[in-house]
Design a protein around this ligand. Structure first.
Ligand SMILES: [Zn+2]
Length: 86
């Protein structure tokens, strides 16, 4: 987890936490397609009511507590992030 950048759009910080895109309590799954590497700041933001989903084309839609959202392309595909951080 020391390499790579945060999976959220414009962040660019280093990954320091692995996040379940959909809360583990809902899915009970910990598989690579359902995980993303986030920096501490973005992970904290998610804990404050922001959330995101990974679209079929690999883009991420990040939604704020007020309901507004952005759709962005991660800097690297999730498969590439996973392969370099084992
Ligand atoms: Zn980040």
């Amino acid at each position: 987890m020391q390499h790579g950048t945060c999976a959220t759009f414009t962040c660019g910080n280093g990954i320091c936490e692995i996040d379940h895109v959909v809360d583990y309590a809902q899915t009970h799954e910990t598989t690579l397609p359902k995980l993303r590497g986030l920096c501490g700041s973005c992970h904290d933001r998610k804990k404050r009511g922001h959330h995101y989903r990974v679209n079929d084309d690999g883009t991420i839609t990040w939604t704020r507590p007020d309901g507004s959202s952005d759709e962005r392309t991660p800097r690297r595909p999730a498969e590439q992030i996973a392969a370099t951080e084992r």
